[in-house]
Design a protein around this ligand. Structure first.
Ligand SMILES: [Zn+2]
Ligand SMILES: [Zn+2]
Length: 203
């Protein structure tokens, strides 16, 4: 989970994330101009400081396989769990399906967690008790998370406006961005714009 942003306790400099959501594309083959909703899976995220980009950024939160197996056992027994997502919200039937998809994805995942800004691994997680993050430009400032309580929103991604959510391969490669949602009687599909990591830092 990501906080709203980070802020320096001394000078008040704000450190926002460039984006707060990311999605895996689990379909086979190259993505086309559209992807079906059922081939998408939310990326569990942790806040980190990317040393290559010099900013806060979302990093993939990839727990050990046994954590996914525990969630799979829990969802089948009607027990609660809080990873890879919280069982507090939503429909139990959807949870069963989604946890199974997460487990399948985890079993196939080879690479270690990547910083989703640039695909690199030169980062430090920020959701740990220590160390404190010193603000480099400040003598006494440390960078702390700030929770932002979302207002009552009726903005529907892909319908009210383009979702603009970054899309990644199962191994954390940036491949695109989903924009508009198209609803038909039988299918939900998203328009896709192709994207990739900057060549200098991506692989
Ligand atoms: Zn500062
Ligand atoms: Zn980066």
């Amino acid at each position: 989970m990501l906080p709203g942003h980070y802020v320096c306790t001394s000078c008040g400099t704000k450190f926002p994330f460039e984006f707060y959501r990311a999605i895996y594309y689990l379909g086979s083959g190259e993505i086309g101009d559209h992807v079906p909703d059922e081939e998408l899976l939310a990326v569990p995220l942790r806040p980190a400081w990317c040393k290559d980009c010099g900013r806060v950024c979302p990093v993939e939160d990839i727990a050990p396989l046994r954590t996914f197996e525990a969630a799979y056992a829990a969802v089948r027994s009607g027990l609660s769990f809080d990873y890879p997502f919280s069982s507090k919200y939503g429909d139990p039937a959807d949870h069963r399906r989604e946890v199974a998809v997460y487990l399948r994805w985890r079993m196939g995942r080879r690479r270690a967690a990547r910083a989703l800004c640039c695909g690199g691994s030169n980062f430090q997680f920020m959701d740990v008790p220590t160390p404190l993050f010193k603000h480099a430009e400040c003598e006494f400032g440390v960078i702390e998370p700030v929770e932002v309580i979302p207002g009552p929103g009726v903005w529907r991604p892909g319908i009210s406006g383009p979702a603009n959510t970054r899309l990644y391969s199962a191994e954390g490669d940036l491949i695109g961005r989903i924009t508009w949602l198209h609803l038909t009687e039988h299918q939900r599909t998203w328009s896709v714009e192709k994207l990739s990591y900057p060549a200098a830092t991506g692989e």
